[in-house]
Design a protein around this ligand. Structure first.
Ligand code: G4P
Length: 526
């Protein structure tokens, strides 16, 4: 294996996703502690956008500058280079999370043992499913009373539409929580509340060994044996191939707050989670081990310094090695660019790097050259796909509130949309601009940023819309008929694609019924 291949093989790039409050931040922090990337608990947490920010989003503005530090958290663990990609906790920024998921090779889902599968988890899992991303599940807060673990496994399978395979199993729960039997490593990991760690980890290859009683008492030992027997009977052994295809998810139990089960999760994760995987470009599949560098922009973080319009564009390296001061081709501009101060992210620190490998994320300081989805290569003509836009859930007309600043408004809207803050649709009937978002907060952010960064003022006007669907058909005539019939509801997205803006679910269903040769898509990539 070449040096390049070795470097790439040892990379694990992933995101932790969860419904707010399930413990994503706490889990991230504990992983960083294991990697020695931070030394005190609370370091990540303090960067978190406060949950109360729904109306007080000025707080978010303040946090934005800081949160770039946690956008990517890289660290070394046990010979592996781990990159955790942070996703915004606030659901109004879900679109950001969807895009981040296009840059990861696998995912860990944190689930609260008491709450089970929640709305946001379900939605994020749908995105994972679209891309067959391998997932592992961490059932968190085992120190609290929660659902029965078997019921929870059923719930996971049903709600997340994925098969599961427990690789650890809890011994009692809540106040009586004793620890877990680590099925993956054949170990008994015992827990003492308040010790904030696994207090005893005993190799235990045979669950029938009578020594078990000595550790956890007669009734729990008996229960554990029954449970494990049931698990072995019901759930086939973890099939690695199916895990890598995103068809079956290993499940771990623990408590992030108490640092219980986290190391076990991490140890298994580095062993089984995939290193960078081949990525589809329009032209061909790109293998990470190819010598030539390729990558795409999946996130743009704006205005680190409010006095300069500067951004950081985040590149996921898809293949080869990225080097500082080397010319790479910006596909959309069809010209060469080189980067003198690319940054890598090692936990809290941001530093200039000379080289980075497939799987890594580098930040490129930018003054408006990049759009989300842009491809960079060593020269080959390639376009990575797979950065879909999802139908927004909220829509508003955007209107100019200061006629003297029309140009500024135009520019501001354009740039914010390139950055992926929200989606713009232009109604083909009346020419009005419609902004679509996944949450109310994004409207406030846009208004504020237009004013503070572009000196432009906008106002919002209500519009009653249900969904945006990208339409497509092999039947040109039918498309034309449809567009005529729905003229008032036809729009173009930023790329000039036809979008049907349905004002209710009923209208959408009728349209689907009446126009059988038209395909209606709820993401822009099909
Ligand atoms: P999030 O990023 O997914 O939104 O969740 P976060 O880690 O912020 O955790 C949400 C709350 O759940 C926090 O409490 C956190 O301390 C708690 N928590 C996380 N893991 C566990 C666990 O294993 N057991 C228990 N009992 N609680 C856990 P908070 O009160 O909102 O915040 P804080 O003030 O305690 O920091």
């Amino acid at each position: 294996m070449s040096e390049l291949e070795k470097e790439i093989q040892r990379r694990r790039t992933f995101a932790i996703i969860s419904h707010p409050d399930a413990g994503k931040t706490t889990l991230t922090e504990k992983l960083l502690l294991f990697g020695g990337a931070i030394h005190v608990a609370g370091a990540v947490k303090s960067n978190k956008i406060k949950k109360t920010a729904t109306s007080d989003w000025m707080e978010i503005e303040k946090q934005r500058g800081i949160s770039v530090a946690t956008s990517v958290m890289g660290f070394e663990y046990d010979g592996y280079k781990i990159n955790i990609l942070d996703t915004p906790g606030h659901q109004d920024f879900a679109e950001d999370t969807y895009r981040t998921l296009t840059a990861v090779d696998s995912v860990i889902i944190a689930v609260d043992v008491a709450k089970g599968v929640e709305a946001q988890t379900r939605k994020l899992m749908e995105v994972c499913r679209m891309r067959n991303t391998p997932v592992m599940i961490f059932i968190n807060k085992m120190d609290r009373d929660g659902k029965d673990p078997f019921d929870l496994l059923d719930e996971l399978e049903e709600e997340l539409k994925i098969k599961v395979r427990p690789l650890s199993w809890p011994i009692d729960s809540g106040q009586q929580f004793k620890g877990v039997y680590n099925i993956f490593q054949k170990k008994l990991d015992l827990y003492t509340p308040s010790k904030q760690t696994v207090t005893e980890s005993i190799a235990f290859s045979d669950i029938n060994n009578p020594a078990l009683e000595g550790h956890i008492g007669n009734s729990l030992a008996e229960k554990l044996r029954e449970d494990i027997e049931l698990i072995e009977g019901v759930y086939p052994d973890l099939d690695m191939d199916r895990y890598l295809k995103g068809q079956v998810a290993p499940v771990f139990f623990g408590s992030a707050l108490n640092n219980f089960g986290v190391k076990e999760l991490l140890d298994c994760f580095v062993k089984i989670a995939p290193s960078p995987r081949p990525i589809e470009a329009v032209e061909r599949e790109v293998n990470p081990n190819e010598e030539a560098f390729t990558g795409f922009i999946f996130k743009i973080h704006a205005n680190m310094d409010p006095n300069h319009r500067s951004c950081i564009a985040f590149v996921k390296i898809c293949s080869g090695k990225f080097e500082r001061n080397v010319n790479y081709k910006h596909m959309r501009f069809n010209r060469l660019m080189r980067f003198s101060s690319p940054t890598a992210f090692m936990a809290q620190k941001k530093e200039t790097v000379d080289e980075a490998y497939a799987g890594d994320i580098v930040g490129l300081p930018d003054t408006g050259n990049f759009k989300i989805g842009d491809t960079l290569t060593s020269g080959e003509n390639l376009h990575f796909k797979g950065l879909p836009s999802f139908s927004p859930e909220m829509f508003k007309y955007i209107e100019n509130a200061d006629p003297m600043k029309t140009k500024q408004l135009q520019k501001g809207i354009d740039q914010l949309m390139d950055e992926g803050v929200a989606q713009l649709f232009t109604n083909q009937f009346n020419g009005r601009k419609i902004i679509g978002t996944v949450g109310q907060l994004q409207f406030e952010v846009i208004q504020y940023r237009l004013l503070h960064e572009y000196g432009a003022q906008c106002k919002w006007e209500a519009i009653n819309l249900h969904k945006a669907c990208w339409i497509e058909s092999d039947d040109a005539e039918e498309i034309e008929n449809f567009k005529k019939r729905k003229a008032q509801y036809m729009a173009k997205d930023k790329e000039g694609r036809d979008v049907f803006l349905a004002d209710s679910n009923y209208v959408l269903m009728m349209a689907q019924q009446d126009f059988k040769n038209i395909r209606f898509h709820f993401t822009s990539e099909f």
